[in-house]
Design a protein around this ligand. Sequence first.
Ligand code: 0O2
Length: 206
Amino acid sequence: SAADVMRRLQRQVRDFLLEYKFGLDEVATKVGILREQFDATAAISPIEHVKTRVKSPESLSRKVAARGLPGDLDQIRAQVRDIAGVRITCPYVADVRLVAAALERQGDLTVLEVKDYIASPKPNGYRSLHLIVEVPVFLADRTVQVPVEIQIRTIAMDFWASAEHELRYKFDGRVPEEHSRIMVEIAETACALDDQMSELRRVLLT
Ligand code: 0O2
């Protein structure tokens, strides 16, 4: 019956997303360990805040539709790599590099891609370091490699990105030119702030 079909589909989506939740748990543990070690040893902790999320089915289907991808789960698994996401905010740009290096070193993580929007910011002003990694998840009957997107950015970059996200949401993706221009200016201010803070950090650490 139609109800059976719906139930089966719902179960498929639930199981599909569950693997991403497990992948996220594995990466969150790794980040948690780094954070605890840094907290215990570093003069200034390089990790300020950590947030994890599995993309909601709504947001996932919006992305699939927007990209014109076929709707089957295997295609989505192969093509959408930010279903599991970890966002790490750090006080200083040097901390972003430090945390990224500590993760990239881990033998059980496969780095699939690095997108360095700090070295090359997006035209709208977005800055952040993205690592797409794959982590093994050991299930009862098999092992799966789960992609996880790790976004690492400074507090200033995060402040900007949250505001820009809100703005895009408010204007349903069509942000008026005058606001976009202001966002580019604010991104430059945020970048200047990061540079000044880096100077301060040098003083604090010497
Ligand atoms: P949400 O709501 O955060 O999940 P690609 O996969 O390379 O074809 P994609 O997926 O756009 O292209 O990759 P990219 O550019 O690395 O962006 C992935 C995520 O980075 C986005 O996820 C955002 O979280 C963040 N991001 C990228 N660009 C911007 C930006 O200009 N502003 C803000 N605020 N965030 C950005 P989602 O799925 O778009 O959104």
